[in-house]
Design a protein around this ligand. Sequence first.
Ligand SMILES: [Cu+2]
Length: 65
Amino acid sequence: MRTIKIKGMSCNHCVMAVTKALSSIEGITRVSVDLKSGEATFEETAPVDINIIRERIKNAGYETV
Ligand SMILES: [Cu+2]
């Protein structure tokens, strides 16, 4: 399991957007995003480059910390 911190989420809509963005990345599964802590946890079926994660999160309108 891997955990990343995300900046800029303020409501459940954001949680959904981040969840969707992460879930769309190949190799990432079982995404869980917590609004309060700003943390996203997920499992990897194959190692995923953090830059790809950053990019997708950014495209969704948020930032990885
Ligand atoms: Cu929101």
